[in-house]
Design a protein around this ligand. Structure first.
Ligand code: NDP
Length: 292
């Protein structure tokens, strides 16, 4: 069997096109331009790439993009002061602080200083609590993108066995909450889990969010399962480097029913969901109906 390849790049382009239509409508009918502020502290090369592409795609869908680049040595108090200004700015509907932050800054403190209504990353403790209790919240972008692809592929996920490998606050835990919300039976595995291969083999939906290159081989995958590979790992490839996921794609694609590639799977959906969340935040801020 060869798996259906879930094309995250094409899916993300559709989501962005829908966002662009919504932005055009908000401008036309309500004179409202959703605005997204992205804050980058320091010069981490991967973060710089993400921030650049977020800014570019924000403008492409017609929204206002505000970039704040701060020196690596910026005091925490200056960052908190910036966030307070962004919280108070009516032109800004979404605020994203690019992680990781330099070690002298308390990331939790900074994230929880963002107005939860503008927390388009969905990491503020209020949004985490709302998601955990099944209430309306801002949903973290990467797991939201995974859920959208799963729903598009399967329709209903009800009753399926889902295994999420990884329990981080930004991917694993919210992913598990979302799958539970869609009535999956959810197992969260992590570095202390016993017999991970057996756990994975029980999954109708297997989400890998570990950060270990090609750790999950095809023989851990249940025949016909849907595999969502969140991992982004840069590995040596001859005298160059290439990106691979947490799943060994070639062997898993022989067994799975459907699989996301790396690159071109989950990654593009993350930014598309960030843009969608910003439109949602703008609508909520103005008491307008939210996009579907
Ligand atoms: P973290 O490092 O925060 O979490 C990794 C998780 O994997 C931890 O829960 C850890 O367990 C678990 N783990 C580590 N080793 C093993 C092992 N041998 N067996 C089982 N579980 C293990 O990573 P993130 O969640 O932030 O990111 C995961 C991956 O997803 C990374 O490759 C990252 O680059 C990628 N990513 C991709 C995004 C995208 O847009 N596509 C967005 C965000 C992340 P424990 O808790 O026990 O230590």
């Amino acid at each position: 069997m060869t798996a259906h390849i879930i094309d995250g790049k094409a899916f993300a382009a559709q989501v962005r096109a829908r966002v662009a239509d919504q932005v055009a409508m908000l401008k036309d009918q309500h004179d409202l331009t959703p605005g997204l502020a992205v804050v980058l502290v320091g010069e981490d090369p991967a973060s710089q790439v993400y921030v650049r592409s977020k800014g570019k795609l924000t403008v492409e869908v017609g929204m206002a993009s505000f970039e704040h680049r701060l020196d690596a040595g910026t005091p925490q108090s200056d960052l908190l002061a910036l966030i307070a200004r962004l919280n108070a700015d009516p032109e800004i509907h979404g605020i994203l602080v690019q992680l990781p932050l330099p070690s002298h800054i308390d990331s939790d403190l900074v994230i929880n200083a963002i107005d939860p209504a503008k927390d388009v990353d969905g990491f503020h403790i209020s949004n985490v609590g709302l998601l955990g209790t099944g209430q309306k919240s801002m949903v973290p972008c990467t797991p939201l993108g995974c859920l959208m692809m799963l729903r598009a592929h399967h329709g209903s996920l009800s009753g399926m066995n889902a295994v999420v490998v990884g329990r981080s606050n930004i991917v694993g835990k919210p992913m598990a909450q979302l799958l539970l919300g869609d009535s999956c039976t959810v197992t969260i595995a992590h570095s202390r889990s016993k017999d991970l291969p057996a756990i994975c083999r029980g999954a109708d939906i297997l989400v890998a969010a570990v950060g270990r290159p090609e750790m999950i081989p095809g023989d851990w995958v249940k025949p016909g399962a849907t595999v969502i590979d969140v991992g982004i790992n840069r590995v040596a490839h001859g005298d160059k480097t290439k990106l691979v996921g947490d799943v060994h794609f070639e062997s898993a694609a022989q067994v799975a029913g459907a699989i996301t590639p790396v690159p071109g799977g989950v990654g593009p959906m993350t930014i598309a969901c960030l843009l969608a969340n910003t439109v949602t935040a703008a609508c909520r801020a103005h008491g307008l109906p939210e996009p579907e």
